[in-house]
Structure formats: structure tokens, C-alpha cells
Design a protein around this ligand. Structure first.
Ligand code: ATP
Ligand code: MG
Length: 416
């Protein structure tokens, strides 16, 4: 993509009411547009990042056997009344139509997936099954000051599983826990799995996946020696205590953001919707259900918070909107322009996705924009680099700038 035709431009300031660093940087760099508190549109650059995160999540969910579907987001109120959530869950948006019918827009989808599953699950032979979707969720959140990390509309991956025994549920649960840790690692984040008792009235056992960041809304305690971690809200331990798990480390307190969680739903929803299957003896049983969420758009915000520096965003390679940012410093020099055009073309032919800053603006402005936008690898072509017979390659996260000979540039880029 040539930057001269990129729809968005960078800007010096973010909206005054935007206090979160993630949203300030994402708005200034042209990734998102704020519609109102807690509601953002994702612009071409932002959509690319979301799609890269989705791809990682999809690969890991498919690897544990999840089957992707897409459920309706406009839900009949009846399903929510049936589970009690219509009155019990405070974030449920309630919509009345002109014919006085009531609806909600999905804040989660247990109320939709369970009736769907009822159509297809009849026997123990149909179990286990895991279904997931990636899409928008809507919640009437009171506080929406964390930028894209807490939206009233946001993107979530939600998976629901159905099992014929607690053992089978436990097996799948631990498989998904590992898959989640891989998702976060692939997104460039170190997440900790906290053990929590489960928030709402339906939930038994749960893990929350936490990334340490001052922008987070959760307070956690974690062991500085082993992987033990707990939400302060539910923990009997306090800061400075010796870890009860490894009995060696010390518990530290930190702010964190919940980037996902997994729950044992038991038989609650199966009972609400009379979803049963015939076991091996021919008796009707309720399956055990699990639900597994990942905050896709929150993850994007947390990556920004965790990795950005004073100059702007720093994307990990796995989610960056482009593989490389090619910057030409031509100031009208036709040889530099021709060389940069040619390299851009060849990079694309070699399968690289490149943002090519072909604009006729000052070098300082180009570098500042590249730093704000945060693509991990920067390539610079100028009179100087042409004279030296190479292309200047540098990393957004720091380290050396190297002059790579043109003949080996594609090899070099594939390596990094
Ligand atoms: P929180 O405690 O942060 O409100 P939650 O317990 O309500 O989260 P779930 O209902 O389990 O979250 O949703 C699954 C995941 O979706 C969360 O782990 C989080 O990453 C993400 N998420 C939840 N609410 C929001 C929101 N308002 N905006 C963006 N992401 C969200
Ligand atoms: Mg919530």
C-alpha cells in the first residue's frame, strides 16, 4: 500500500476526552475512529491488526477441534428471560421495536448456542463438540474510559463446548487453557492464568488470563517465582505473603487486564433449554457446558499499552498491519524514487506486505509517522543508501540499524 493513497493520515492530537493511551495512539496513527465513549470504528490499518489477531485465535481454536460458526447478534428477549439473564445481568442492552417486541443485542451467546445445539445433539455419540465465533458483542458498560480495552461494542471470540462427563470437560478445559497461553504468546504478550471462583451466578470454575499493564482494570497477585496468580478480589493471600503454591516466591501486586477467560458452566444452560442427550444406557442426560472467551479488540489495546514507547505504537510482527514500512527519502531525486518504486514492487512479488511511504514530505515527518504507526521493520532508501549499495534496515523496537546489500534483502527480511 502506498502511503500517499492510504485513506488515513496521522494526526498530532487525539480527542480531548480520550484518556487511555491505547486509544490516543490508535486514533493519532489512524487505526481507529471514536464514535462515542466505548464505541470505535476500525479503519483500514486497524482492521488489518484485528484480522491478524483473529487469524492467530482461529488457528489455535481450530487446533483444539473448535468449529467456527457465526451466530445472530440480534436476540429475542425470550431466550434471555428463560435463563434469568434478562433481569440478572446488568450489561444487557434492551431494545423495544415499534411493534413493542423486545430484543437484545448479544453480550454473549449462551442463549443462542444452546437452542442451536439442541437441534443437533441427541446422543453421547454427538459429544464432545466445541463451537466458536468471532464477532461483535454489546454491553451496557458503565465505565468506558479504557479506550478499546473496554467497549460498549467490542470484538470477542466466544467458544462453547458440550461434554458427556466432567472428566471430558476437564480434559478439554486444560487443552483450551494451553491454547489460550499460546494465543497470547503469539501476540507478543506474557499472560498469566489466574484461578478465580467464577463471577456470575452460573459459573463454577474459571481461569482468567491476565496481562500485566498499568492500564488494566483488575488487581492481581502473582508469585515472583512460579506461575501462580490470583485476582485480588477473590484471593485469601496478600502482597508480600509467601506463595502458597511453590512456598518459595513472594506474592506481588500489580494492575492487569483480563484478555480472556474460560468457565465451567455446568448444566445450567442445558437445563434452561431442556438440552439433553441419550447416554450409553439410553438414559436422558444434560451435557456439561464450557464457555471460553477472548477479547479480540481488548487484546489489540493491551498490545499497544504493553509495547508502545514514547514515540508511538510498537507492533509485534505477528499482528502488525504490514511486514515492513518502506520509507523513501527522495526529495525529488528521480533515481531514489525509481529505486524505491522498484524495491516496493519486488517486495510485493516476494510476498511481503509493505506500507510504502512514497509521499513528498520531509524525512523528519516520515520517521515520526513510521514511529507512531509502529510497523516492526523499517526499510530506508536514500541517496546515501544507494551510494553505499544497500538498504537501511532497522527495528521499531530498537537495536542496530544495518545496511543490507540489495542482493540479500529478501533473504534478510525472511530471516527476521
Ligand atoms: P471484565 O471483567 O473485564 O468486564 P468479563 O468478565 O465481563 O470481563 P467475559 O464476559 O468473560 O468478560 O468476556 C470474555 C472476554 O471479553 C474478557 O476476558 C475480555 O477480554 C473481553 N471483554 C469483556 N468485556 C469487554 C469490553 N467491555 N470491552 C472489550 N473487551 C471486553
Ligand atoms: Mg464485564
Amino acid at each position: 500500500m502506498k502511503q500517499s493513497v492510504l485513506f488515513t493520515k496521522t494526526r498530532k492530537t487525539a480527542p480531548k476526552d480520550e484518556v487511555a493511551k491505547n486509544a490516543q495512539l490508535l486514533i493519532r496513527a489512524g487505526y481507529v475512529h471514536k464514535e462515542m465513549a466505548g464505541v470505535y470504528s476500525y479503519l483500514p490499518l486497524g482492521r488489518r491488526v484485528l484480522e491478524n489477531i483473529e487469524k492467530i485465535v482461529r488457528e489455535e481454536m481450530n487446533a483444539v477441534g473448535g468449529q467456527e460458526l457465526r451466530m445472530a447478534t440480534l436476540h429475542p428477549s425470550q431466550n434471555w428471560i428463560q435463563t434469568g439473564a434478562w433481569d440478572a445481568v446488568d450489561v444487557v442492552f434492551k431494545i423495544k421495536s415499534r411493534t413493542e417486541k423486545e430484543y437484545t443485542i448479544g453480550q454473549s451467546a449462551e442463549e443462542i448456542i444452546t437452542p442451536i445445539a439442541k437441534e443437533y445433539i441427541a446422543s453421547y455419540k454427538d459429544l464432545p463438540i466445541a463451537l466458536y465465533q468471532i464477532g461483535q458483542k454489546y454491553r451496557d458498560e458503565l465505565r468506558a474510559k479504557s479506550g478499546i480495552m473496554r467497549g460498549r461494542e467490542f470484538s470477542m471470540k466466544d467458544m462453547y463446548s458440550f461434554h458427556d462427563s466432567q472428566e471430558d470437560f476437564d480434559r478439554f478445559y486444560s487443552q483450551v487453557k494451553d491454547a489460550y497461553l499460546r494465543v497470547y504468546e503469539r501476540c507478543g504478550l506474557a499472560a498469566k492464568a489466574t484461578e478465580a471462583s467464577g463471577g456470575s451466578f452460573t459459573k463454577k470454575l474459571s481461569y482468567e488470563f491476565m496481562v500485566l499493564t498499568d492500564a488494566g482494570e483488575d488487581d492481581i497477585l502473582y508469585c515472583d517465582s512460579c506461575s501462580f496468580c490470583a485476582n485480588v478480589e477473590v484471593s485469601t493471600q496478600k502482597e508480600g505473603d509467601t506463595c502458597t503454591r511453590c512456598t518459595k516466591g513472594t506474592m506481588k501486586r500489580a494492575k492487569a487486564s483480563e484478555v480472556g477467560n474460560i468457565f465451567d458452566l455446568g448444566q445450567k444452560y442445558a437445563k434452561d433449554f431442556s438440552l439433553t442427550y441419550k447416554d450409553r444406557e439410553g438414559n436422558e442426560q444434560y451435557p456439561i457446558m464450557g464457555c471460553f472467551g477472548i477479547g479480540i479488540s481488548r487484546l489489540m489495546g493491551v498490545i499497544v499499552e504493553a509495547l508502545a514507547d514514547e514515540k508511538g505504537i510498537v507492533w509485534p510482527k505477528s499482528v502488525s498491519p504490514f511486514h515492513a514500512h518502506l520509507v523513501s527519502l527522495a526529495s525529488g531525486n528521480s533515481q531514489v524514487i525509481a529505486e524505491a518504486d522498484r524495491l516496493y514492487q519486488e517486495l510485493r512479488e516476494h510476498g511481503f506486505e509493505v506500507l510504502y511511504d512514497d509521499r513528498d514530505v520531509r524525512a523528519g515527518e516520515k520517521f515520526a509517522d513510521a514511529e507512531l504507526i509502529g510497523i516492526p521493520t523499517r526499510l530506508v532508501i536514500s541517496e546515501k543508501t544507494i551510494a553505499a549499495g544497500g538498504i537501511e534496515v532497522s527495528s521499531r523496537s530498537g537495536g542496530d540499524t544495518t545496511l543490507v546489500p540489495e542482493s540479500t534483502i529478501f533473504e534478510h527480511l525472511k530471516k527476521i
